[in-house]
Design a protein around this ligand. Structure first.
Ligand SMILES: Cc1ncc(COP(=O)(O)O)c(C=O)c1O
Length: 377
């Protein structure tokens, strides 16, 4: 069995440290926000040069709070990707705003800046790029469009903590270029907690203060409300676990990148191009953190079945683009409207890339894939 992700292997390397900090939180019996959360916020803000960081209850709430802080509301348009996890668009809908889906670049699976520029109207209040699978979107061009039109950018960096991309001649971390950047600490993320968690980062002190209030029902001072917020707080337990893991994140990320490199080598060795298999290429000036290693595979659904039978974990992220989800039928999109996203949904498959994966396991994955196509003729 080769799982898509094996968190137990990671846990075995940090078990005593985790047990200790969990025990410390229980000794203190202080579970919501507090010292651990403050410390994690400072460490993340410092590590990524983000200015300010606000710990929140999930990546979804990081996005929701960011849009609330911008005042996004009924009838406002937010331009985003149809090829992402549901939360990205779910939060737009929840604020009674309108998700405006535009197509992706086939090579990166990220928002196509030209399509974004073409979709801007006088109701556009936000551009919401997603740094999918751990690769930053083309922020250079997206920021140029946003600045020209005077529209704020919120980065969905849920899958991309630690990713970088050169913008304006300088490498910047995912999340630090927009008005806010949103991280998820869902357990399967590169920095994953022991449950739900998330963070908003921003370079603006007053925005950070606003977000801190919004995450506690808009309360300031306590029990006085000038605005209505949500219960969007991060737990001390999560922060304590995440602080332990943060110290290892760079090494784990390097492990993922090494595995990605090895997959590309194996692609050549096993001549996978002859089957029409495409693996993600490194983009110049971008540091991909490979939350997922996602390729394109002909006969994808049959391959996935075969891999399952052979005990190899793989998954489709994502099988149905958001503009075609039944809940968004009211928006009026039709099949064929966003062809790059639709094609990606039909072809993609993510392979195991977690840092503890062994070379032998990687070779088994690739050998099994080659065997499938050879047997198909
Ligand atoms: C691209 C993207 N956006 C948003 C989210 C939402 O994060 P969470 O699950 O922490 O709410 C996730 C992860 O689940 C994600 O992958």
């Amino acid at each position: 069995m080769i799982p898509l992700l094996d968190l137990k292997r990671q846990y075995e390397t940090i078990r005593p440290r985790i047990e200790k900090v969990v025990q410390d939180v229980f000794e203190k019996q202080a579970f919501i926000l507090g010292e651990e959360v403050r410390a994690l916020e400072e460490e993340i803000a410092e590590k990524y040069g983000a200015g300010y960081a606000v710990g929140v209850s999930s990546g979804t709430d990081a996005l929701l709070l960011s849009l609330m802080a911008l005042g996004v509301g009924e009838g406002d348009e937010v331009i985003t990707s149809p090829f992402t996890f549901f939360a990205t668009a779910g939060v737009i809908h929840r604020l009674q705003a309108v998700p405006v889906f535009v197509d992706i670049e086939p090579g990166t699976f990220n928002l196509d800046p030209e399509a974004v520029a073409a979709a801007v109207t006088d109701r556009t209040v936000c551009i919401l790029p997603v740094h999918l699978f751990g690769l930053m979107a083309d922020m250079q061009r997206l920021l140029t469009i946003a600045r020209e039109k005077g529209i704020p950018v919120v980065e969905d960096a849920a899958q991309a903590i630690g990713a970088r991309r050169v913008v304006g001649g300088k490498a910047a971390f995912a999340g630090t270029l927009g008005e806010t950047g949103c991280f998820s600490f869902f357990p399967s993320k590169n920095l994953g907690g022991a449950g739900d968690g998330g963070m908003v980062v921003t370079g603006d002190a007053s925005r950070a203060e606003q977000l801190r209030r919004l995450r506690v029902h808009g309360s300031h001072p306590k029990y006085y409300h000038h605005v209505v917020g949500i219960n969007g707080r991060l737990d001390a337990l999560q922060a304590a676990v995440l602080r332990v893991k943060l110290a290892f994140l760079d090494a784990w990320t390097e492990g993922r990148r090494e595995n990605a490199r090895r997959y590309r080598d194996l692609h050549a060795t096993y001549r996978l191009a002859r089957f029409g298999i495409v693996f993600p290429e490194e983009i110049e000036g971008a540091y991909h953190v490979y939350n997922q290693f996602t390729g394109r595979f002909p006969k994808r659904d049959r391959l996935l079945e075969y891999l399952k039978e052979q005990g190899i974990g793989a998954a489709i992220y994502y099988p149905l683009p958001l503009h075609l989800q039944p809940c968004f039928a009211y928006l009026g999109y039709r099949k064929g409207d966003l062809p790059n996203a639709e094609k990606a949904a039909d072809e993609v498959l993510s392979l195991p890339v977690f840092p503890e994966l062994t070379e032998e396991e990687q070779e088994t994955v690739i050998r099994t894939i080659a065997a499938f196509y050879e047997s198909e003729g």
